[in-house]
Design a protein around this ligand. Structure first.
Ligand code: NAD
Ligand code: UGA
Length: 463
């Protein structure tokens, strides 16, 4: 079976970049990305390609090349489904905020809505690909909905989780460590896997395309994120011990990372991991484990989240303690709000929680992030529902210039590791600040010795 028309439901951080690359690499395939969010689709279609809704280095150029040729963005979900031979489901799967499993299980309502819409609209056989991150055995539910349409249409369901990281999405998609495709062991299932493999084989070497059964594929995605997050929580746990003992966490990370069995990646101590996936996916794993009665397994993984929450709170507490136990009415500049550099995504960013704790102490927060708007900063705080939006706006302001944000501040907190923060004129910043001038480097980003020479009191994580 040769795929000529692809539809992707969900034009977000995964659907948008992934489909842009498929369209670029497979010019003979028509790729349509559909979404119910009209504003998002309008931005994807903005004639100035720099206004697309997702910031990723290199993405706007690729969209510029393929859009209008074989890459299309639309709000007409029915039409996209009807015309496609292969449909990616790439909608959001957030943590449930209500009912059974509240605060832990994945909310699958968007997935189910997609399945029902596909079932209703489809007139010919299709391959349905789970691209979203899903609890193990979700394909069973999708299959049950699709198989009960009564109109004789045959569906094959594949799991093809995405491993890209934000900020490096284009690079990760162009050169993936592996592509994972899970499908049925039946001949029809194998044919569907082959069809999807042939799409990726336009640019991914076949030996990097891995075939598994559907359940292994679903569970591998949750497991990959749990392992990565566990590494960050492990090094962050050690960072606290380093601070008590005089060891330096950067040196410890370097020393253990050179052991090839451990490896050097994901050992950067930080204020805590953020992003839309680690916490959600680990909670999901914890929930599944509990639902099978595996309480020790659940507790083991939950500790990764507990450690991460502790690290964020510890960072905020340390600021208060160091500023003579009060930050009331003091200006604290936040450099960075996104959950990591090179993205405009702020979901679950550590900055939100640190700001929230400091506002509880009546601090005034001045935020500068090169890709995040004031509207987004306030929306993130409002979402926590600790206080109302008028109160939040009284305490938190955004600036479009780092120097303005730092002007007159008592302290600076580095929350995102944007490269440009290293290039700032730190002498100029020092001159504008209240003295003693503090820098709390939540990303171990800056040259501490240089800052200390200027006169700053500099504190990094774990040293
Ligand atoms: P996102 O919120 O950025 O995008 C999801 C989009 O789906 C939204 O624009 C929403 O409007 C749309 N949508 C929801 N229901 C819909 C429906 N019924 N019909 C049409 N559109 C609908 O989410 P994301 O970050 O792209 O994540 C999507 C999935 O991919 C999640 O399961 C996530 O865990 C997984 N994932 C994300 C990343 C990442 O880096 N963000 C990486 C790997 C996997
Ligand atoms: C992560 C995974 O890396 C992707 O493989 C996966 O596809 C994705 O989740 C997902 O499922 O959504 P992402 O959340 O975009 O990607 O970003 P990461 O680079 O993993 O960073 C996550 C958080 O950990 C960030 O806040 C980052 O600053 C922090 N981190 C990362 C550290 O604190 N230290 C490190 O050494 C590495």
């Amino acid at each position: 079976m040769k795929i000529t028309k692809i539809c992707c439901i969900g034009a977000g951080y995964v659907g948008g970049p992934t489909m842009a690359i498929i369209a670029q690499k497979c010019p003979e395939i028509t790729v349509t990305v559909v979404d119910i969010n009209e504003e998002r689709i309008a931005k994807w279609n903005d004639k100035d390609v720099n206004n697309i809704p997702i910031y990723e280095p290199g993405l706007s150029e690729i969209v510029g090349e393929a859009r209008g040729r074989n890459l299309f963005f639309s709000t007409d979900v029915d039409k996209g489904i009807d015309e496609a031979d292969l449909i990616f489901i790439s909608v959001n799967t957030p943590t449930k905020t209500y009912g059974a499993g509240k605060g832990m299980a994945a909310d699958l309502k968007y997935i189910e809505l997609c399945a029902r819409q596909i079932a209703r609209v489809s007139k010919n056989d299709k391959i349905i690909v789970e691209k979203s991150t899903l609890p193990v055995r979700t394909a069973e539910a999708i299959k049950s909905i699709l198989d009960n349409t009564g109109n004789g249409v045959q569906f094959q369901i594949l799991s093809n989780p995405e491993f890209l990281a934000e900020g490096t999405a284009v690079e990760d998609l162009l050169n993936p460590d592996r592509v994972l495709i899970g499908g049925d062991t039946t001949p029809e299932g194998q044919k569907a896997i082959q069809a999807l493999e042939d799409v990726y084989a336009h640019w991914v070497p076949r030996e990097r395309i891995l075939r598994t059964n559907v359940w292994s594929s679903e569970l591998s995605k949750l497991t990959a994120n749990a392992y990565l997050a566990q590494r960050v929580s492990s090094i962050n746990a050690l960072s606290e011990l380093c601070e008590k003992t005089g060891a330096d966490v950067n040196e410890v990370a370097r020393a253990i990372g050179m052991d090839s069995r451990i490896g050097s990646k994901f050992l950067k101590a930080s204020v805590g991991f953020g992003g839309s996936c680690f916490q959600k996916d680990i909670l999901n794993l914890v929930y599944i484990s509990k639902s099978f009665g595996l309480n020790e397994v659940a507790d083991y993984w939950e500790q990764v989240i507990i450690m991460n929450d502790h690290q964020k709170r510890r960072f905020a507490n340390n600021i208060v303690k160091t500023l003579y136990n009060t930050v009331s009415d003091k200006k604290i500049a936040f450099l960075g709000w996104a959950f990591k550099k090179d993205t405009n995504d702020t979901r679950e960013s550590a900055a939100i929680y640190v700001a929230n704790d400091l506002v509880n102490e009546n601090a005034k927060i001045a935020v500068y992030d090169p890709k995040v708007s004031q509207k987004q900063v306030l929306a993130d705080l409002d979402y926590l529902e600790t206080r109302n939006s008028i109160e939040n706006a009284k305490f938190v302001t955004s600036f479009s210039d780092a120097y303005e944000a730092c002007n007159n501040a008592h302290a600076i907190a580095i929350l995102t590791e944007w490269d440009e923060f290293k290039q700032l004129d730190w002498n100029k910043i020092y001159d504008q600040m209240q003295k003693p001038a503090f820098v709390f480097d939540g990303r171990n980003l800056l040259d501490g010795d240089k800052l200390k020479k200027i006169g700053f009191v500099y504190q990094a994580i774990g040293s």
